[in-house]
Design a protein around this ligand. Structure first.
Ligand SMILES: Cc1cc2nc3c(=O)[nH]c(=O)nc-3n(C[C@H](O)[C@H](O)[C@H](O)COP(=O)(O)OP(=O)(O)OC[C@H]3O[C@@H](n4cnc5c(N)ncnc54)[C@H](O)[C@@H]3O)c2cc1C
Length: 303
């Protein structure tokens, strides 16, 4: 990707807002100090262990029990419960335990969300990066491949389809479920709304899951290095997906995974078409993962 963009040094360090109390994410020594006043890793580990033991959960039957058995009641109540409930639209004791397999706990003062060696945002934005990737390539916008399939298929030896796999087959086995997100974007006449790119609202009462303040992905400055007098924020509301909405997060539960497997079997019979990406494979991918996946697939099909 470095051929198409220069990346800045943005580091994702989200903040959690629980009813006005602010906590560092992911869970680390700053979080534990704020939560319990502990100052050493040993004290923090002991506190987590004490809470896990007090809960006495050996075989978690749902997400609530799973989370408490991993990190204890305080972190669960303030940082996981409300947020997860909003994300999935159901109380945590009605969600399956498998959604949370691990909850990484860092006994260091490290607010960096990712463990990746490199991290950054393309300078000038993703649109510029994608424009450079497409330089010299014919692009037709607002053309629905499925509505024009026969004609478009004639143009290509090989088709990479990145739309929803169930739509490709006319939903013949029924629709796959997704969670969707509604964004409410505002331009505010102030230079700094929340001092961070992402603030997650982890209580159940606040209707949005998080607020993104976009300027902090580029350190509050434009490409000439000027500070910006205004700011753009987006509130994100997690919502149920209905056919016609933009699908965002696949719901990889047993029912949908089984349905996807059936569509995948149909897809494997389409000799000329590769199904790729988060919708084509019904799988949540971060951008780096989806790029790696695309490169991998391209190598395989060029052999
Ligand atoms: C709310 C949200 C936040 C995210 N945040 C991050 C993040 O912070 N970091 C990160 O790394 N990743 C993040 N991601 C994930 C990232 O967006 C995906 O990894 C990436 O977009 C996947 O690329 P893709 O090509 O698989 O799918 P998409 O980007 O969805 O591309 C699929 C394309 O196919 C087109 N298409 C579909 N059907 C048709 C059709 N019938 N005809 C023509 N075109 C069609 C669509 O219009 C779309 O342009 C986030 C995702 C969401 C939903």
């Amino acid at each position: 990707m470095n051929r198409f963009a220069e990346f800045n040094r943005f580091t994702n360090s989200p903040v959690a807002n629980f009813k006005g109390e602010l906590y560092s994410l992911p869970f680390n020594m700053y979080t534990f100090n704020k939560m319990w006043g502990v100052t050493t890793p040993e004290e923090a580990a002991a506190k987590i262990e004490e809470q896990r033991r007090a809960a006495g959960i050996t075989e978690p039957r749902n997400l609530e029990e799973q989370a408490i058995s991993l990190v204890g009641a305080d972190i669960y109540e303030k940082l996981i419960k409300g947020y997860t409930q909003k994300q999935w639209g159901r109380p945590c004791d009605q969600l399956p335990a498998f959604i949370i397999k691990r909850l990484p706990v860092r006994l260091t003062f490290d607010n960096n969300y990712f463990n990746a060696l490199y991290q950054g945002i393309p300078i000038g934005g993703y649109t510029k990066m994608v424009e450079r990737m497409l330089d010299g390539i014919e692009v037709r916008l607002n053309v629905d491949y499925l509505a024009n399939k026969a004609e478009l298929d004639k143009l290509a030896e090989r088709v990479v389809y990145t739309g929803p796999i169930d739509a490709y087959f006319g939903y013949c086995l029924g629709p796959l479920e997704y969670r969707s997100v509604r964004f409410e974007t505002e331009v505010l006449d102030m230079p700094n709304f929340q001092g961070n790119a992402a603030v997650n609202y982890t209580d159940a009462e606040t209707p949005w899951t998080r607020i993104i303040e976009h300027k902090w992905f580029e350190f509050g400055r434009d490409t000439q290095g000027n500070e910006l007098p205004k700011t753009v924020i987006s509130r994100e509301y997690s919502s149920v997906w209905k056919p016609g909405d933009e699908p965002y997060y696949p719901v990889n539960d047993a029912k949908n995974s089984a349905l996807y497997a059936k569509y995948k079997a149909l897809a494997d019979r389409e000799a000329k078409v590769s199904f790729g990406g988060r919708l084509g494979e019904y799988k949540y991918y971060d951008m780096d993962q989806v790029i790696a996946r695309a490169l991998d697939e391209a190598k395989k099909s060029n052999k």
